[in-house]
Design a protein around this ligand. Structure first.
Ligand code: ADP
Length: 594
């Protein structure tokens, strides 16, 4: 490092590091300068004691005032620098310190010029020793600036040695000695300048490490909080779920005892209806829990398909119309053509849950469903004139199993999973859900969906047209290792007019293909008991027999096989599967590819 003299110890002060070193240096120097008047006063007092009867008092007093005045000035400047550290230009301040160091040195050097000629040889030697010692102490005061030290030392040594050599011409070499001594001191100061630089570098590195540590600590803390929240949420869900499962199971066991006791026909009918109701609500609960689990495990990958959101909403409105009418509510739908690219099933379920709630929590007035567009976003709004939601509940109703006003957990009033699922599905498809509600006046849930397609997307299809009819005699193979499921699905599909063949394991499925050839549709369970799962079987059969539509059913929520199914692009149906859902999925699978 070869700094330009004017720039101070660090030449290229452009860089942050060099600026920092310079600030460090002027700070340290300024702190020492604040104490220098005291040191100078001691020196003046010492010299006064020795020389007071050898030099004239006015000369000594003038010199002492000059020397003390300069130190006082340096201390005042240093104090101001320390007060304004954040805004100083360290290069300029350093330059100022160099000039002041030269003046302070010159004040001491002046002592040699003024006093040496008036002293005896022994006192001259004594003063010489003192004046040579002062620059050595200056190494500490200059605080690693060779420029401050150099200016200070030379301003003392040059006048002192020149005066000495004039008084003792035979000892002229003392000038060279003095200069050599000053050079040595400057080298020492340069060495501590390097040390200071290293110290600053180490401190910068330490600060960086501390900052990194603090950042990663914060990340760890956030992750731990998330994990704790998730654990708490899981515990809450489990507690609520086990309660909600135990109650209906208890009721079922009582009903089965009643059935065993040969009840009358009237009781039988009543029990039958109640059992049907219980099984339905159990199905809802299990369905909700499974959805939640699938949404949490990340195995649910949203589809991206162009569909008519207006037609989907119209179909859902049609499903709910009779329910709304039964409560005396009018169901209004304002559904301009809204083509959307996304997951039709998830968007449909979000809309269904919101409309279901709107009807459930509204006693009079109307429920309205509307669609609009903002840029490339589609906005679905479900508004009602129902009981509304208190502001402090508006966040909490999106939590799992959270219900307002249902302390007895009456299952006929829902299980408290609807909005949690709405929220999770919305997150998964990149949508946002917002709520505006006023107690007693109604609520409006707004879902903002990304990727509305440009006008002229898929034409809105009528509700009737979306239920693709299944041609009579459609050949469907069902593969499942659960005999009950095999039998019930077979019966249902036959009722719908299909020609159904069933197989309970992989080899029976292969035998079906060998006997009847490929089907119009294969419905396979994911877990088949053997080594090969449903998706692998379907792949193998398609490789041998050519392309045919496949539907995979499963009760699993996370497994490698599930991931494989998603990757293969086979539509997946999670059990329990309602008849309507099965029919819808078969319809879609049989739809000729666009
Ligand atoms: P559930 O409807 O099964 O109780 P949700 O998660 O769908 O569960 O809703 C949670 C709670 O939010 C409900 O218990 C209900 O009190 C409140 N809520 C949801 N939608 C509405 C609405 N449209 N109007 C008034 N309250 C509602």
């Amino acid at each position: 490092m070869t700094p330009a003299p004017s720039a101070g110890p660090v030449a290229d002060t452009g860089s942050t590091r060099q600026r920092e070193v310079l600030i460090e240096l002027v700070t340290l120097h300024a702190r020492v300068l604040q104490r220098m008047p005291v040191v100078q006063a001691l020196l003046v007092a010492g010299l006064a004691l020795v020389f007071i009867d050898k030099v004239t008092a006015p000369v000594f007093a003038s010199w002492a005032a000059f020397a003390l005045g300069i130190e006082a000035l340096r201390a005042v400047v240093a104090t101001r620098v320390l007060r304004t550290l954040n805004s100083i230009d360290p290069t300029r301040v350093h330059r100022g310190f160099v000039v002041m160091a030269a003046c302070a040195g010159a004040a001491d050097g002046l002592a040699a010029v003024l006093f040496l000629p008036r002293l005896e040889v022994i006192d001259q030697a004594w003063l010489g020793v003192v004046l040579f010692a002062i620059p050595a102490a200056g190494v500490a005061v200059s605080m690693s600036s060779r420029y401050i030290l150099g200016a200070f030392a030379l301003a003392i040594i040059v006048p002192a040695t020149v005066t000495w050599s004039m008084l003792h011409p035979e000892h002229r070499s003392v000038i060279a000695l003095g200069l050599l001594y000053s050079g040595l001191l400057i080298l020492v100061a340069a060495e501590s300048e390097r040390l200071l630089m290293r110290a600053v570098l180490i401190r910068q590195e330490r600060d960086r490490v501390v900052r990194d540590l603090e950042r990663s600590n914060a990340e760890v803390r956030a992750a731990r909080t998330r994990a704790e929240d998730a654990a708490q949420a899981r515990a809450r869900v489990l507690a609520a779920a086990s309660h909600d499962l135990r109650q209906p199971l208890h009721a079922l066991s009582i009903y089965s005892a009643i059935l065993a006791a040969n009840p009358s026909a009237a009781t039988l009918r009543e029990v039958g209806e109640n059992i049907d109701q219980i099984v339905r609500s159990l199905g809802h609960l299990l369905g909700g829990l499974l959805d939640l689990s699938r949404l949490s495990t990340g195995y649910l990958t949203p589809e991206r398909r162009l569909f008519a959101l207006d037609a989907e909403c119209a179909r859902i409105c049609a499903e709910f119309r009779s329910l709304a009418e039964a409560k005396g509510l009018s169901l209004r739908a304002d559904l301009p053509p809204t083509p959307l690219c996304g997951d039709q099933m998830m968007v449909g379920r979000i809309a269904r849950n919101l409309i279901d709630n709107a009807i459930k929590y509204t006693d009079r007035g109307e429920v309205s469903i509307s669609l609009s567009r903002i840029g490339d976003q589609a906005v679905l709004a479900v508004a009602d004139t129902g009981k509304g939601i208190e502001p402090h509940e508006q966040q909490r109703i999106f939590e799992e199993f959270y219900q307002i006003d249902n302390p007895g957990r009456d299952r006929s009033r829902g299980v408290g999973l609807g909005l949690a699922l709405v929220q999770r599905m919305a997150e998964l498809i990149g949508a946002t859900v917002s709520l505006e509600s006023e107690p007693g006046r109604g609520s409006c849930f707004t879902v903002t969906l990304p990727d509305a397609a440009p006008e002229g997307g898929p034409a809105s299809t009528s509700i009737a047209a979306t239920l693709i009819p299944m041609p009579a005699g459609t050949r469907i193979y069902v593969v499942d290792d659960e005999q009950d499921i095999l039998a019930s699905t077979g019966t249902l599909l036959t009722l719908w007019g299909a020609r159904v063949e069933t197989a309970s394991d992989v080899s029976a499925a292969v035998a079906l293909f060998e006997r009847f050839g490929p089907p119009a549709l294969l419905i396979a369970d994911l877990r088949l008991g053997g080594h090969e799962h449903g998706t692998a079987l379907a792949r193998r059969l398609r490789a041998t027999w050519g392309e045919f539509p496949v539907l995979i059913t499963t009760g699993e929520t996370s497994s490698e096989a599930l991931r494989e199914t998603n990757a293969a692009g086979y539509p997946l149906m999670h059990k329990p599967i309602t008849a309507e859902r099965l029919r819808e999925m078969i319809g879609r699978a049989l739809e000729p590819a666009a």
